[in-house]
Design a protein around this ligand. Sequence first.
Ligand SMILES: Cc1ncc(C[n+]2csc(CCOP(=O)(O)OP(=O)(O)O)c2C)c(N)n1
Ligand SMILES: [Mg+2]
Length: 558
Amino acid sequence: MRGKDNLRSAAEVLVDQLRVHGVRHVFCVPGESYLAVLDAFHDSDLAVTVCRQEAGACMMAEAIGKVTGRPGVCFVTRGPGATNAAHGIHIARQDSTPLVLFVGQVGRDTREREAFQELDYRAVFGSMAKWATEIDDPARVPEIVSRAFHTAANGRPGPVVIAIPEDMLVERVAVDDAPPFAPIETSPGPGEMEKFAAMLGAARSPIMLFGGSRWSQEASDRLARFAQNYALPVCTTFRRGHLFDQTHSCYAGDLGIGPNAKLLSRIKASDLVVVVGGRLGELPSQRYTLFDIPRPQVPFVHVHPGAEELGRVYAPHLAIHATPTAFAAALQNLKFARPPVGDAKAAHAEYLEWTEKPTEQPGGVNFGAVMVWLRENLPADAILCNGAGNYAAWIHRFFRFRRFGSHVAPASGSMGYGVPAAVAMKRVHPERIVVCLSGDGDFLMNGQEFATAVQYDLPFTVIIVDNGMYGTIRMHQEREYPGRISATDLRNPDFAAYARAFGGFGVSVERTADFPAAFKAAAASGKPAIVRLAIDPEAITPAMTLAKIRAKALAEKK
Ligand SMILES: Cc1ncc(C[n+]2csc(CCOP(=O)(O)OP(=O)(O)O)c2C)c(N)n1
Ligand SMILES: [Mg+2]
């Protein structure tokens, strides 16, 4: 409660800073270590989402950071609250997402005694966060929160962790709010753009690879027009398919796990590679095999918002230190002595051929056919969320993202992300259709946040791809240790009954033909819903069965 002394508690100052910086949503699991902040929430107009586990809460905030480019905000308690939240911090790190995590801390008077649940967050999050700090002085709350927002969102975005000692939070201070923060766009210089025009103009088979963060719908649209003008093929890197309209005539495909072999050949045969926004990490680089390190064998342009990322793995022929959004804007004025010519038509035809029809699959439900049905029936602004597992291969291959922010999934390959991300998306966009795709293993890592969806009346549908196993690991097992199944089988609950027990809608689908009616019934229920798909464990990838993988591995071992 606000006092009559014209002073504010540090907790009130902190919550006021969030509003100053434009925060609408916070996600939390409460703790006695930051009661004063919870009390300040009571008087604020922030939309507070109380969650069931801190990993889910932190992932929700991370999802907000992903689609807005502004830090998502999460509050957790000390010790176990913070270590649970680490899951979301790691995702924000690898996915280059702006995020600010506040952690309740023991009182300053008991620090370093290993007081109840005490941790040193600078040490715990030191290698994971972009910055980890602790606020000792209530008068410095505006300064430190302001720095946290700038640090999280600028350059290559990432997570910031701020520990807030409980006794500090209740101290009253006279201090001014910080000015509102705005992300800083780093723009390319004219000299770099001139060099870029010369390199692109000289190329006869260029290709562009889009990835990373610091994008916007406007940037995506501008780059689409630029690509269209010169028929430049564009592919997107792992889990970044929403950065380019996949129905666009220049779209060449998804460069992630198990990509189209023709796309790989095209990239290898190209005479100029332009990476925009991404780091070109282990998965899109095909385990660092696509390009020589440090000097790529092909003329290589790297556009990245983080100066420290340029030259970190690849020493580019041209480095452009810019956000994708500023780079896209600078392209509008690009002048060519000789305009480039790409082969987008053939590249797009290869993409369509690879993704048009679902492959044959064993079992009653063909998940590829389900993804094709969703592609044909969901509106362009529907948001798909997922975590990690082999089931995601069908999303990447058969769905077609058309708008920025319509795919919210971890490039870090973290399981358990889909349900929290769907909660966050439905909280922020109640008017949009949100679909969460989960594996059976994946779902139960944060399936308890289905209760959060029920609590806040968030009608989205979770499609659980239930093959009764940690399928990805089984696949690797069959490749490396054929026939020796170890710790990958799962005995699952009745997922439709799980949904009903939480107060949602649940249905199980045994045949592909029954999926559309089940999905429509789920949507019509107006509740958070689970549509469980009975998947044959043999259907391990769109192209291979487990039996085939095992037989191949056994034959190679002989
Ligand atoms: C948090 C986390 N733990 C473990 C893993 C390792 N892992 C990757 S995929 C996978 C299995 C996923 O199983 P499921 O969700 O059922 O999907 P499936 O592969 O069967 O389609 C595991 C254990 C991971 N990526 N993330
Ligand atoms: Mg599974």
